[in-house]
Every structure is written in structure tokens, then in C-alpha cells.
Write a protein that binds this ligand. Structure first.
Ligand code: GN1
Ligand code: MG
Length: 371
């Protein structure tokens, strides 16, 4: 899938970008898409940078629908931010159209490419360093959900069916175990048993949805810490990025995914799982930041389910990594043979740590929402 860097200039030339191309580099974060940062200089010597990204069609079989969702959501947000003059550090995500006016272009070797403005003066973190960052990230994702909360859910389409259908993810794992196409199942007996013991929790949120107790909203669906651009100087969250998976979904999953991604002191692929732990102060900061911007539209039940959602989505992500490991690393980009297994193990260790602290997590939520 990867396109070599010399293509950057050519791909960039297909977008309505002003100035002369002066260089590009690949950005290696993210497990899915191919991403480049491209720099341009105009006649006055002013430099601007852009993100050029090829959508992974294996993961997103309908990239044009992904683009429609993104265009709808970014326009909605930009209109509101402009109208309400809300201060998001002055920067929001914008799609740069192709020279033909469309939201994306075909690449020289095929594929669908899109171009975003690069959010200047910001950086991302893979691991939270302090509670301030956790608070800021959660506040940003809450603000994102709040900004799209008046966008009817039918306006965004499902681009990956069953993306957070945790039960279906478990079923798929069972199939991968039975098929054992790479002969890896014998080496992961403990992981399989750990997941099986917790099978019951996978359907709780889905059952609430089916019974009408929870509603689908427009959600981000990939609320990793490194999907928030933070101001380099102040650490304030400026902008939420990676809108590929914006779909109808459960708001609580977005919060849960943030707990998954932002409470552990080590990266998702840390081989030493004894270092993995759900840090309570980070959870508290996440909850405070999230509720500050999301409390207006969340129901009491959604707020109550926030700790559980963290456990469910962490288990689901562990299941996804293990499935991909058993299927020969077809989905997530890997850098070595056991990469998906390492990732799975950190997720399972985090599930255990969440379980150990669930009463305190619930108690903290009750402080915020006694009902
Ligand atoms: C993938 O590539 P990235 O970091 O945007 C995945 C998420 C997982 C995440 C785990 C479309 O996200 O669902 O939670 O890896 N995205 C997709 O790190 O499957
Ligand atoms: Mg993503």
C-alpha cells in the first residue's frame, strides 16, 4: 500500500495548494493510513504545510463515503466555530480540495488521497505526561462530540460496519482461533482464556442500545491521545484530528477509548506488561475534561456507564489485536512478528488494572453525577 516519497510532489500538485513545493516527509504515526507532511513556499517566501494522506482501502472499502463524512463534519464544525467565535486556538481541520474542486484526488498509483491544513505550533503525545494533558484531551473530544451533537446521526454513514460491535469482534476472534491460519493459536492460550472469562461484558452496552436505553450519536471512534493536537507552548488542546472513523456510534465508547489510550504510563506496544496500569489521577482528569464539554448532551445512564465503557473498549481492542495476530497481521501495520501480540497483551493488562479499580472509578463518577 505504501507510496514512495517522490510521489509527494506529484500528489500535492493535484490539490489546490498555492506556492512551490519545497519538501515532504512521511509521518509514521497511526496504524492504518499512509501520511505525508508537505511544505510549500509562496512568492513572498511564506511557508505553509499540509497533510497528504492516502486512505487505506483495505480498512475503508468505501473511501469516498469516508470523505463525505469528513466533509460534512468539518463543514459543520467550522461553520459553528466561526459563528460562535469559539476559541479553539484559532485552528480547525479543513479539507483542501483537489484542482477539480473535489474533496479528494486519485493518486498516481491509484488510491484516494486527501489534503488537510497542517495545524501549526502543535504536537501530539503517545503517552500522557501529566493530568493537564489528559484533561485537555478529554475536553477536546467532548467538545468535538458537542459540536456535532446537533448533526442528525443519519447524516454520517457507517464506513466500517460493526466497528464497535464488541460481540461480533469476539465472534471473529473465535473464527480466527478455529482457522489458526498462521499456526499461532497454541502460543496465545492464556490470552484467549482471559478474554473468554470476560465474554459477558462485551454485550452490555450493545444491549442498552438495542433496548433503546442508549442512543447512537455522531462519534469520533478513534479517540487516541495522539489524535488531539496540543499547543506546543501551553499544552492546550487545539484540534481533534483523524476523522476517518466518524460514524454513528456510542458516545461512551469515545470516552472509554480515551481511558484506554491515555491512562497507561507506557505505549500501546510496550513488551513489559508489568508497566501497564490504569492511573487513577489520569482517569479523574479525563472525566473532568470530558464532562466539562459533554455534560450538556449526555444522559445520566451514559455518564454512569463511562468506567464500564473503558473496560469494554480496552477488551475489544485487545481482541482486535489478537485476531489480527492470528490472521497474520493483515489489518494493523506491524514492525515485527509479535507486534500485534504485544499490543494485545498491554490491552489485557489494562483491562485487569481497570477491573481492580472499578469501584473507585464508579465512585468518582458518582461524585460528578449523584443521580
Ligand atoms: C487504529 O491507526 P490509528 O491509530 O488511527 C484503529 C483504531 C484502534 C487503534 C489502536 C480504522 O487507529 O480503531 O483503536 O488503531 N483504526 C481503525 O491503536 O481500525
Ligand atoms: Mg485512526
Amino acid at each position: 500500500m505504501s507510496d514512495p516519497s517522490p510521489h509527494i510532489e506529484e500528489i500535492g500538485s493535484r490539490f489546490a495548494i498555492d506556492g512551490t513545493f519545497i519538501g515532504g516527509e512521511e509521518i509514521e504515526s497511526g496504524h492504518i493510513n499512509t501520511t505525508y507532511l508537505a511544505s510549500y513556499e509562496d512568492d513572498e517566501g511564506e511557508r505553509s504545510r499540509y497533510i497528504l494522506q492516502r486512505i487505506n482501502e483495505h480498512v475503508f472499502p468505501e473511501p469516498l463515503v469516508v470523505m463525505k463524512n469528513i466533509a460534512r463534519v468539518t463543514k459543520h464544525i467550522n461553520r459553528k466555530v466561526f459563528r460562535q467565535k469559539r476559541d479553539f486556538g484559532g485552528q480547525t481541520l479543513n479539507l483542501y480540495p483537489g484542482r477539480d474542486g473535489k474533496d479528494c484526488v486519485a493518486g498516481p498509483t491509484g488510491g484516494v488521497w486527501r489534503c488537510y491544513n497542517y495545524i501549526e505550533g502543535c504536537r501530539t503525545y503517545d503517552v500522557v505526561e501529566n493530568t493537564r494533558q489528559a484533561y485537555q484531551a478529554a475536553k477536546a473530544f467532548g467538545a468535538f462530540q458537542d459540536l456535532v451533537s446537533d448533526l442528525p446521526v443519519e447524516k454520517v454513514k457507517v464506513t466500517i460496519p460493526g466497528f464497535h460491535d464488541s460481540r461480533a469482534r469476539y465472534q471473529r476472534l473465535q473464527e480466527a482461533i478455529s482457522a489458526d491460519s498462521c499456526g499461532r493459536a497454541a502460543g496465545v492460550v492464556e490470552e484467549i482464556a482471559f478474554i473468554k472469562e470476560r465474554e459477558d461484558i462485551l454485550g452490555i452496552l450493545l444491549d442498552h442500545l438495542a433496548a433503546g436505553r442508549l442512543q447512537e450519536r455522531v462519534t469520533h471512534n478513534d479517540t487516541k491521545l495522539n489524535n488531539v493536537m496540543m499547543d506546543e507552548q501551553t499544552d492546550e488542546a487545539v484540534c481533534v484530528i483523524d476523522l476517518d472513523t466518524v460514524m454513528p456510534g456510542l458516545a461512551v465508547y469515545d470516552f472509554g477509548d480515551l481511558v484506554r489510550a491515555a491512562t497507561s504510563p507506557v505505549e500501546e506496544d510496550e513488551p513489559d506488561t508489568s508497566k501497564v496500569t490504569m492511573r487513577m489521577p489520569m482517569f479523574e482528569a479525563l472525566l473532568e475534561g470530558y464532562l466539562e464539554t459533554a455534560h450538556n448532551f449526555l444522559s445520566d445512564l451514559e455518564i454512569k456507564l463511562l468506567p464500564l465503557s473503558a473496560k469494554v473498549i480496552t477488551l475489544e481492542t485487545g481482541i482486535r489485536f489478537l485476531t489480527d495476530y492470528l490472521e497474520g497481521d493483515q489489518y494493523f501495520k506491524v514492525h515485527h512478528d509479535r507486534h500485534n501480540l504485544d499490543r494485545c497483551r498491554t490491552q489485557l493488562a489494562l483491562v485487569r488494572s481497570i477491573e481492580d479499580q472499578e469501584p473507585q472509578m464508579d465512585e468518582f463518577v458518582r461524585k460528578w453525577n449523584p443521580s
